[in-house]
Design a protein around this ligand. Sequence first.
Ligand SMILES: Cc1ncc(COP(=O)(O)O)c(C=O)c1O
Length: 420
Amino acid sequence: MNRRHLLKTMGLSLATTPLLSVEGFALDLLFAEEGHASDEKFWKKFAKQHYNVSSDFINLENGYFGVQPNSVLKAYQANIEKVNAYSSKFMRQEFYQKNYPEIKQALADVSGVLPEELLITRNATEALNILIQGLDLKKGDEVILQHHDYHSMIETFRMLENKIGITLKFVDVPLAPKNHQEIIDIYTDAITNKTRCILVTHLTHLTGQIMPVKEISTIARSKGIDVIVDAAHSFAQIDYRFQDLNADFIGVNLHKWFGNPLGAGLMYVKKERIKDIQPLYGDSKKAIDDIDKLGHYGTPATPIVMTITEAAKFHVMVGILPKEARLRYLKEYWTQRAKNIDRVSITTPLDAQQSCALASFKVEGVTAKDVVKKLDDKFRVFTVIRKLHDDTVVRVTPNLYNSTDDLERLLEGIEAITKS
Ligand SMILES: Cc1ncc(COP(=O)(O)O)c(C=O)c1O
């Protein structure tokens, strides 16, 4: 892949290259040869330069939220000080006039849509609630979900089930589908003439499985069904732009893979569909097709929102292609070995392309709670328990600052646990 082609894939032009040389790493990343994902020397140097994580333990629980890179943390601290020092003068004369449009533009550039199609929220749950509750579902309307969707979104639909009388239909997606078509068929076979909406989680938080959102969405839209995409985990973890999903409604957060401080999310609504979403927070003044009519939720956490520009800069500097490749490499590194350990099963699709950083596993005869505790107590490896159907699994999520040494420690821990 040559430089021009790579930049184009990232939605950039040669004119924007100065952004890419932040702290001198980008060019190495950009022009690295195939195999850069496994270049430990390079990634260790990268981690040392860009992250300051505790050496007290090995954090393999980056699925909750991401550690901010140093440049982002520094910008965040400066933003807190600026808002405190300039107070309401800054908010009344500068923030909305100057900063806010720039922040929206940075997000539009990264996600590949128009700034007027984006609304900054406090997290993914808020973005998705505005969408789900804004669709104006009626009694008898059917909604298709799957058991691995995020519980907060399921709860919102349950609330509407009780309040309005919509019907929830859950589909079961196999962990090891033969191909994408099998998943597409499962969703589309569940469609009836009462189906009004489908919630599709792009990358699930339990197993890391990646769903064929575009295909499901294209079929659903051809039947007049709305698709809401929960992209909380896929945004900035895997390579795509919002329009690639062919969906009208998307909710994400910016504190997982995008590396912003905790407390910011993003909602996308295709321009011509804004009029179809009813505000969750009352607003009768704004135009029906103005996305800001959906954002009447009071004073924002301004320093967090301001930091988005620095997080976007870091995201562009690394590049989503090398990032996705490295994260997938780390996941493959431990899952390919762990799957051969006696009594261990990987509860993530084994086809490498069907997941990225996040994967989970279980050990026959040992509860996930015990595995997590032993890994933490004896090996200083921090992971988390997740509930999968009636079972529990251990979720492992490395980030860019993790090395294969960290994964060796995890594997050592898993081996020891299976032998104890
Ligand atoms: C798939 C998925 N959707 C939504 C959310 C909620 O994100 P937030 O905490 O930003 O509201 C999460 C959080 O882990 C998630 O994994």
